[in-house]
Design a protein around this ligand. Structure first.
Ligand SMILES: [Zn+2]
Length: 253
């Protein structure tokens, strides 16, 4: 039974028996893992905020070889992202990020950039537009797990599509007008600025992407395409996204 020490971000928690907690972490070194933390709850209540959702912690755990549930023996809080928790929109957006990572990544498949993406997104959620951070988050996560839509040229004939073209959710990327007509009934026009923005986010790191000016009409068409693309490749709806849609009219976001 190997002992491991790593930084991790809390993706999901679930009470277990009367005093324990099952926690899904995204670790810096080992990717997504699940561990049991014993004795952290008393009479159903959490003691301390160490394993709250979104927290960045350092954990020591015993790696169980015959089970997917490892034993977390020690933990210390590195960052609680306190400003994230002060606003319902930030909480809802961060919940969407952890749900995306929880649902779309495999266990024991380490991607340090995904750990960094969560960390940076939580830091910037307090000061930058939610839509922009979410758009960059989605593109960078899809890129890291190998699910990025094809945006370089036409999927059908490989012709360059320099500005506006068509996007097919089913085919998974960009099409020229001819190919869209011939091979994808679901293809919809994509505006030049939306396409340029997607391509920019793919090619640049998180913090440089944040500085990019977004289309005058906003990022709604961008997010709509990417959300449909993700939904098409995932078997069930994201609860956090449904919640975000529910609070959107109330909070005017
Ligand atoms: Zn084509």
């Amino acid at each position: 039974m190997a002992i491991q020490k790593t930084e991790a971000i809390v993706l999901k928690t679930m009470p277990f028996r009367s005093t324990s907690l099952i926690v899904t972490f995204y670790t810096r070194e080992f990717g997504k893992i699940k561990g049991i933390v014993k004795g952290v709850r008393q009479e159903g209540e959490m003691r301390g905020s160490l394993y709250e959702l979104f927290s960045r912690v350092e954990i020591i755990y015993y790696e169980k070889l015959k089970s997917d549930l490892h034993l977390v023996s020690e933990g210390s809080l590195l960052e609680s992202y306190a400003s994230l928790r002060e606003d319902l929109r930030r909480i809802a957006t961060a919940s969407y990020f952890v749900e995306l990572v929880e649902e779309l990544t495999e266990f024991y498949d380490p991607h340090r950039p995904i750990f960094d993406l969560l960390d940076l997104s939580f830091r910037y959620l307090a000061s930058i537009s939610f839509e922009k951070i979410a758009a960059i988050f989605e593109i960078h996560l899809l890129s890291e797990i190998g699910l990025l839509p094809f945006l370089e040229a036409c999927l059908g004939c490989e012709k360059q599509v320099p500005e506006e073209g068509f996007f097919s959710i089913r085919q998974g990327g960009l099409l020229c007008e001819d190919c869209a007509r011939k091979m994808a009934q679901d293809a919809k026009p994509i505006e030049a600025q939306t396409l340029a923005c997607m391509r920019y986010f793919v090619k640049h790191d998180f913090e440089i992407s944040l500085k990019k000016s977004t289309p005058a009409y906003g990022l709604a068409p961008f997010r709509s395409i990417i959300r449909q693309f993700i939904a098409d490749r995932h078997s069930r709806p994201f609860k956090s996204l449904q919640f975000l849609e529910k609070i959107r009219p109330v909070l005017s976001i």
